[in-house]
Structure formats: structure tokens, C-alpha cells
Design a protein around this ligand. Sequence first.
Ligand SMILES: Cc1cc2nc3c(=O)[nH]c(=O)nc-3n(C[C@H](O)[C@H](O)[C@H](O)COP(=O)(O)OP(=O)(O)OC[C@H]3O[C@@H](n4cnc5c(N)ncnc54)[C@H](O)[C@@H]3O)c2cc1C
Ligand code: FES
Length: 290
Amino acid sequence: MFRIIDKSELCEKVYQFRIEAPHVVRKAKAGQFVILRKDETGERVPMSIGGLDKEKGILTVVIQEVGKTSGAMNRMKIGDSFADVVGPLGIPSHVEKFGHCICIGGGVGIPPIYPIAQALRGAGNKVTTIIGARTKNLLIFEKELTAASDQLLISTDDGSYGTHGFVTTILQKLIESGEKIDMVIAIGPVPMMKAIVNTTRTPKIKTYVSLNPIMVDGTGMCGACRVTVGGKTKFACVDGPDFDGHEVDFEEMTKRLKMYNKYEKVAYERFLDGKCNLGKKVKELENNIG
Ligand SMILES: Cc1cc2nc3c(=O)[nH]c(=O)nc-3n(C[C@H](O)[C@H](O)[C@H](O)COP(=O)(O)OP(=O)(O)OC[C@H]3O[C@@H](n4cnc5c(N)ncnc54)[C@H](O)[C@@H]3O)c2cc1C
Ligand code: FES
């Protein structure tokens, strides 16, 4: 069992959990992810690594409530335990001495940018981090990223904090100013990553994106996380999650992410109504069968 030793609300429907998971933390590197299961009948959900305390064996994850399982997880309390923390999964982010790296995060893509910025800086790079949100209240990890970066730049869609506009507004300005940029890495909603890739395509800046397709097993067996990169089929859980952004077929990925929307919506509504406890029903059925 993996005990929650700390939980805090970062903004509406977004909670940070610090979880005891020494065996996972020991091996984990920036850019990897874990698969969590709340209890033994729960759904497996992938979550990015938002921080690693190697000394104490503590893993940080930040969970946004978007449906039934993330909602149930965000209702867990300090002292409760996750049944499973599987990982570390995926290939760590590519870290070497590039020169000037731009790390970009949006929404719950901001926390996993934190260990990546730390690792890139540790490798001797100059790190500029750009984070963005719809409005000031939704901005998270500002303190952590200020510490991990040479420079932190912020955008809000409504102009309530930092630059008025998107993360790409800041990136475009940096490119136009003639700033030497050797590499960009972006994690966030698909439209954000797509816009970043379109901004860096003409100036030919190497751009990595961390993809978050639907995943099931996380070990390359089921094919759920299939994405097309450079015209070839890749499994994000074992070949990624980071890929060359200029090669990713974002249209296909967007369609595949919406595949189960109808069912997910029903499950979430039933969860909010307190009507759905599928896990309990399965358990009852198993017990009846013997
Ligand atoms: C490698 C990876 C890392 C991730 N890291 C984080 C993280 O650090 N924090 C976090 O809050 N979420 C993260 N996600 C997304 C998270 O796994 C999903 O939000 C979660 O599985 C939703 O489960 P649910 O039952 O609550 O909602 P569901 O009922 O499964 O889905 C509800 C809504 O969320 C959308 N959705 C479902 N799965 C995904 C997904 N993989 N990506 C984007 N939208 C999705 C659905 O289209 C639907 O609109 C990550 C996903 C991957 C693949
Ligand atoms: S999640 Fe099953 S192959 Fe990637």
C-alpha cells in the first residue's frame, strides 16, 4: 500500500499528493509517469511524476478531477493509501547539454515540467520556463518553477497575471527577439502542444512534447495508447511519452482521446450522484460466483 503523507488543494479540482513509494522513487527519472489504482477494484490511471524526493522516497503527483476515477482519487485523505503505484513507466525525458532550453507547461502539464527543468539545469543548461493558465487562480507550481529555472515567464488568457495571452505569445516573442533557443519541451493540453509545435516549426527548433493518450496497461501490451509519429505507429507508454513534436499526428490523437467521451460522461455523472460503485458491484458478483 502507498500511503498519502500530504495532500493540498492547488486550485479548483486540482490536488497535489505526496505519496510514500520508495521503490518507485528510487528508480524514477524526470519525464516518466506512474499508473495509480485507488483500490483493488479501481481503474488504472496514468499520472505524471511532479516531483521526486529521493531521500525520503516520496512521489509527488498532481491530479485534476475530470471524471469518475480522478474525482474519487481527489476525495482521498492524508493517511489513506493507494492500492497500486506502478512505475516508473515510460522513457525519461532526453537530458543533455543543449544550451538554452525552454520548458513549457500548461494546466496539469505544469508539475511534470518541474523535475524536467531541474534535470536540464543540472546538466548545465540555461532554463527558461513558460507556464500558462486561463486565469491567475489556476496557475500552479510558480514557486517551484521559479527555483528550478533561470527565468520563469507567465501568461494568462485573461491577462489577470503575467503576459496577456498564451504560452505561445511569450514563445513567439522570444523567437522574434533573436534569443538563441536550442530546445523546447512542452507538456499540457493537446491544443497547447500543437500550437507550440507550429510556432517552432519554421525556425526549426527541436521540440519535444509529452503525449497523454488514453492508456490501460502502460506496458506496451494493449495498444490503447497508439499514436502516429513520423508516419509510424508508436505506443506512448513504452516509446514515449516524449516525442518529436514536429512529427506527431495531433488530429488523430485528439480523435482517439474523445473515443469514450459518452461513457466517461455517464460514469462521472453517476459518480457525482453517488449512484455508481462499479468496483463494489464487480466484487459482489465475484463473491457470488464463489
Ligand atoms: C502519461 C500520462 C500522464 C498523465 N498525467 C496526468 C497528471 O499528472 N495529472 C492529471 O490530472 N492527469 C494526467 N493524465 C490524464 C489522466 O490519466 C486522466 O485525466 C484520467 O485517466 C482520467 O480518468 P477519469 O476516470 O477521472 O476520467 P475519464 O472518465 O476517463 O475521462 C474524463 C475526461 O478526461 C479525458 N481524458 C481521459 N483520459 C485522458 C488523458 N489521458 N489525457 C487527457 N484527457 C483525458 C476524457 O476524454 C474525458 O473528457 C495523464 C495521462 C497520461 C497518459
Ligand atoms: S497503454 Fe497499453 S500499450 Fe500503451
